[in-house]
Design a protein around this ligand. Structure first.
Ligand SMILES: [Zn+2]
Length: 162
């Protein structure tokens, strides 16, 4: 009886540790694969790891957001500095996405639109939107700010340098 009790406690600890705030699911124990991007849901979280025994196919929350055109993050980049450094800034943003997405499959850029002396990005997660703002601020200073909306389910990030 004692051994059984301690095993149950261990199971609970493992489950709590793997819980991610941005990922909610109805069946946390099932292994699933996103038929669109290949992300794997296993032990309560999304990864890029390959699994031998995937139980069923699904669409991951990031692909769902992309399909529904329902972003979680909005990033607005403005100011004269941007016009002169478009390419550099785009590279920084794409590299930030690459790193973030590797660790967190649900954090992706959905849309990246360049307008006259301005760029607008949308993202599938709130985390990556902040990461992009932080990367811009770290590399080029300027004014960086953000605000959460919807009880922190979405975010707007602003960065500007004249
Ligand atoms: Zn997917």
């Amino acid at each position: 009886m004692k051994a059984k009790g301690s095993k149950m406690r261990n199971d609970r600890l493992i489950r709590d540790k793997s819980k991610d705030a941005y990922m909610k699911t109805n069946s946390p124990k099932a292994s699933m694969v996103c038929s669109n991007c290949g992300a794997i849901f296993s032990n309560g979280r999304w990864t890029w790891k390959e699994l031998i025994n995937v139980l069923k196919e699904t669409t991951c929350p990031a692909c769902k957001r992309i399909n529904d055109n329902y972003p979680a993050g909005f990033v607005e980049i403005k100011g004269g500095f941007y016009s002169g450094h478009e390419k550099e800034i785009s590279n920084l943003i794409m590299n930030t996405e690459k790193l973030e997405k590797k660790e967190r499959p649900l954090e992706r850029i959905m849309m990246f639109r360049i307008e006259k002396s301005k760029a607008i990005l949308t993202t599938t997660g709130i985390h990556i939107a902040r990461r992009i703002g932080e990367a811009l601020s770290r590399s080029y200073q300027g004014n960086y700010s953000f605000r959460y909306l919807d009880g922190e389910k979405s975010i707007r990030v602003f960065w500007e340098r004249q």
